[in-house]
Design a protein around this ligand. Sequence first.
Ligand SMILES: *Cc1c(COP(=O)(O)O)cnc(C)c1O
Length: 426
Amino acid sequence: MDHFQYKNNELYCEEVPVGQIAGQVGTPVYIYSAATLKHHFQSIQAAFSELDPLICYSVKGCSNINILRQMSQWGSGFDVVSGGELFRVLKAGGGADKVVYAGVGKTDDEIRAAIEAGIAYFNIESEAELENLIDIATDMKREVHGALRINPDVDPETHRYTTTGKKETKFGVDIERGMAVFETYGRNEYVKLTAIHLHIGSPVNSTEPYVQAIEKALVFIETLRSSGFTIDALDLGGGFGADYVTGQAPNASVYAAAIVPLLRGRGLKLILEPGRSISGNAGVFITEVLYTKRGGEKEFVIVDGAMNDLIRPMLYDAFHFIWPIKVTDAFATVKRTDPVDLPGLKKTEVVGGICESSDYLAKDRMLPPVQRGEKLCVFTAGAYGFAMSSQYNSRPRAAEVLVDGSEVQVIRRRETYDDLIEAETM
Ligand SMILES: *Cc1c(COP(=O)(O)O)cnc(C)c1O
């Protein structure tokens, strides 16, 4: 469900025509819908309400401070993976007591800042990191809470770059080694190891990998408890799917129906770290057609957005539905499927202007014929879109806009050429 819909053959974000925003702010531009963000956050909250979970929105997917502020006002906590993300959360007014902090490479400075802020949990990824955390917390004489990230060794059947819960990944500790970690470090005065963390990968468009991972985690937790350790929280990480293609991702209630019964009455506080399932469908990327050309048998559409703006297609072979923001009656059917089956469509490659052959937004895509100056919408771009953007080829980053009802707010101005060299010494 999202608030990007066509009315009279024109795409709207909530009550505002997308073309109007593009006209005012220019292209390329990311546009987010506040109502969609809120809807996704609240549907996860509602689906899991029986367990009263702490929902820690995953900052890395979409980290604009204005969006974090909104999330915080709706009651969200935050999953951070760096000192920079913690900085953003605190600047946005997010409560440190609702922050969980994952990542395999936390530096001493980052750890100290997180202790100083008083975060809820360090999600600990290795024995060496835990040892270091103990040293720092002891030195600071501050009590902190840790969740040991375990690898349940389940396959989420997603892209190999976003698979994180298998043994061969760099994340977490193999479940077999978990007991030894608790035996060695689990009775520390300053680092209270009282929780288990999992994050199996993303997007995970079925419930089965979660069920398998939770079942393994529960067995592990019971073993720990019978050895005298107190475990009172389970963090399931993120990875719930977003609808890149209509109907592809289960909604929150489907995940909850599989997960809640396993955790009922276990004495475990549930923590969730959803990222793309909240922000994915809440954002689109609008780009303008510069040129069209033929190359061999191929039709190319060259647009003003590129891999520096949206890298997911080239990085993960990710699919993003693309459609013109203004359509004729013939192309008004815009269920976001792959492939779209309508007479008159042309097989097209949508590419950016960067000097790399891998700079594309879509390959072999059935699109209406488009012309120079037309604007295209790249859907479900609200997660790992702008957040992964760069200035490669010295291209200033796109603007970001947040729409709430009929209100339009530029939440990040388009970068200028001066921004490109701002941090460089001359
Ligand atoms: C990336 C990440 C998430 C969020 O993943 P989504 O697919 O966006 O839900 C949650 N937890 C951790 C530890 C992560 O690294």
